[in-house]
Design a protein around this ligand. Sequence first.
Ligand code: MN
Ligand code: MN
Length: 470
Amino acid sequence: MMEKTEIKKEMETLKKELLATKKNTYATLGADELEASYDYAKGYMSFLDAGKTERECVYSAQKMLEKEGFKPYTFGMKVSAGEKYYYNNRAKSFVAFVVGSESLENGVYFTASHIDSPRVDLKQHPLYENEGIGYLKTHYYGGIKKYQWTAIPLALHGAVTKKNGETIDVVIGEDENDPIFYISDLLPHLAGDQMKKSLGDGISGEQLNLIAGSRPFGDLAEKDAVKLNVMKLLNEKYGIIEEDFLSAELSAVPAFKSRDVGLDRSLIASYGHDDRVCAYPSLTALIEMEAPKHTVMAVLADKEEIGSEGNTGMQSQVYFDIIADLAKALGASDIVVRANSKCLSSDVNAAFDPNFPEPMERNNCCYINNGVVITKYTGARGKSGSNDASAEFCGYVRRVLDEAGVIWQTGELGKVDAGGGGTVAKYIASKNVDVIDLGVPVLSMHSPYEVVSKTDVYMTHKAIKAFFEA
Ligand code: MN
Ligand code: MN
């Protein structure tokens, strides 16, 4: 018979050896790495404030990389080891890479994240007037809870191509002295009927109309005088006319800046963490690659929130055209290159929210401050639409992260049958590339103001760097 104290001792040993434990970053990281996390957040927050649309993120990324010696890539170029390039795809998606010293046929090690976020886009004929108020009509982009977009300050971002072919950038509402745009909601006193509706029906898509003015042209309250005055002001500022809305991409996004959350400043609130919180670490990790062994690449894709469609979405051929073109330049077979390539589909996951525990399965969801999250499969209703990475590739990534001292966790998007979602992973897997999802846990995902943890963001940078260096 074993003594009780002996049993206890053995139990402790076995627990340590056999059972998995959750790792909180604050219980695991040293003071230097915690400090590094908070420092790293500063650069990330500037990136967030500078880029609220995919166009602006492409611009920021290009600026960041040009400073680090990256040069524009054009198809058919000669390239050699150690050289750094970026490819700006129609100002809306972006690829950057460093040519490795090894044969390209050993594979390209790349990340794929997206730089579009849910928002409220202007329609083609947006401007109208109703009872003396000038409005801009919208069609929302991506999965939003419509009621969250009312009664908050909104800024207008985008580009307009005029009839003469000139494209101008528009940003209204970010400067403290700028006016903002606004979607009104009903006062509670009169919202009896509205409050009986479901949250999903309380505000309809056609009610997401932005207030753009209320002062008539010439102070004469005539029909369409407010609309005319709004148009006149836009014309004065940007030289555009009403017809130019037809060739424009204008989006209303939250006018908030990113802010620290909590007295300890451990968290960051911002619009558009999904998925700039993975795009930014991909860029910073790439910047730190001096003379890598493998060719390493960061893909910042557009249109993930609407199905990765279009020539700037992840389903576009352009990303694999670049790989094929590199193969050609380096005398490699692009079939072999893809077969040996590895990818982190770098996207966010839903963090467990103690305020909303119901849709989460506590053993398998991810947690704030538990590090970067590996998501083996996404999908809905029986993993439908999921990439579902192989045991071998999961094992590989796990090994790489452990060896680099990265704090990581796994996560599944909520309970089975609670809902679901997808990422770009499956489009990359279909090209015969090993791919797994890896990213940052997010609270209030797809809301106008999402929240992430500084240590988780930093662990994502470290994870991607380790993957590039492996
Ligand atoms: Mn995402
Ligand atoms: Mn999303």
